[in-house]
Ligand binder design. Structure first.
Ligand code: ADP
Length: 329
């Protein structure tokens, strides 16, 4: 079975966009591939989080991914900083990564521009750490968004370079798995664009019923259709896309017919949409709360994940050390 590894950035709670755009695919992938997920807490240090930030976000991610249906028996979840072999590989890869090529990486240039006071070496070597995360397990596939394509190319470059320098066929070149091509894009309800944390328009899986209702009732609409069967302007299309995602086909058709014959009442549509979003989120929300409250279980999941990941990384690193000329582990 092909090996898939995916990093999770510890950047706060999951929203509906994350769920339908990414996490739902992960849940499916765990049955089709030999999957491992890791919480990228080393990567997060580039922005200097506090210890409490780190601890809280690791707990949150674990609880939310488990609540969404990641089964740690099928797909171990581990905390990146629990698998020290990755750091060793990071060091080796850094010895053969060149300043010029690292400086040319677009995400580095973007970060250097947006946070000029904190252009640290960790940011520069983000691609080597990401390569170490994946190559340490000799994974075949990495689920990534389009923004990660350049980092994937760097990863393949580092793998090829290692093989060439030591004249071995050791690392495979991991391939990108663009699950987002197949996933739906969840729109924002503020008139245009997508749902996102940074867009400030996210409905979170852990939002309670009243919060969901408030967010949906605030959704941008217009004065209503002025012609039969007219094309929907973006804010209205977004509402209907949300209905398509969380409601039944009957509900969607009901409001769509009303729109087409110009009898739609947006207030009713929003009430139904809020109820359907809540019906979708409620069971996940309850599980999130239950997992959050069971710290022992979360620790056990992370520990088991770390054991499985360490086993795989240990084997790779033992061989890497011998190839380089060091003693095997
Ligand atoms: P945000 O933009 O809210 O910070 P991230 O950039 O952390 O979210 O997104 C993580 C993943 O979640 C992305 O790779 C993407 O696949 C998915 N995702 C985020 N927002 C959406 C959305 N509105 N629709 C579909 N997928 C999304």
């Amino acid at each position: 079975m092909e090996k898939v590894i995916s990093g999770i950035r510890p950047t706060g709670n999951l929203h509906l966009g994350n769920y339908f755009g990414a996490v739902k695919s992960f849940v499916k992938m765990q049955d089709e591939y030999d999957c491992m997920f890791f919480i990228a807490d080393w990567h997060s240090l580039t922005t200097h989080p506090t210890p409490e930030n780190i601890r809280r976000s690791v707990r949150t991610i674990l609880a939310e991914y488990l609540a969404c249906g990641i089964d740690p028996e099928k797909a171990p979840i581990y905390v990146q900083s629990d698998v020290k072999e990755v750091l060793e590989l990071y060091l080796y890869l850094n010895m053969n990564a060149y300043l010029g090529e690292l400086e040319r990486v677009t995400s580095f240039k973007d970060k250097a521009r947006t946070q000029p006071d904190n252009v640290n070496a960790g940011l520069l070597t983000y691609p080597t750490l990401m390569a170490a995360d994946v190559l340490a397990h000799k994974a075949d596939k990495v689920p990534v968004g389009k923004d990660q394509e350049q980092n994937m190319e760097m990863m393949r470059l580092f793998a090829r370079r290692f093989n060439r320098i030591y004249n071995v066929e050791f690392f495979r070149e991991p391939q990108s798995y663009h699950f987002s091509d197949k996933a739906v894009k969840v729109p924002g309800l503020d008139g245009s664009g997508k749902m996102g944390k940074s867009e400030g328009n996210a409905i979170y899986l852990c939002d309670d019923e009243a919060t969901i209702k408030k967010k949906v009732m605030r959704a941008v609409t217009d004065a209503g259709p002025t012609m039969l069967n007219q094309e929907k302007p973006e804010p209205i299309r977004n509402l209907f896309t949300m209905l398509e995602i969380v409601s039944s086909k009957d509900t969607y058709d009901y409001f769509n017919d009303q729109y087409n014959n110009m009898t739609v009442r947006y207030g009713d549509l929003k009430k139904q949409l809020a109820a359907d979003i809540n019906a979708f989120c409620a069971p996940i929300r309850e599980k999130i709360m239950a997992y959050q409250a069971d710290e022992d279980y979360l620790l056990r999941v992370a520990k088991q994940g770390a054991e499985r990941a360490s086993e795989s990384a240990h084997k790779t690193l033992s061989e890497v050390r011998q190839i380089i000329g060091f003693r095997a582990l």
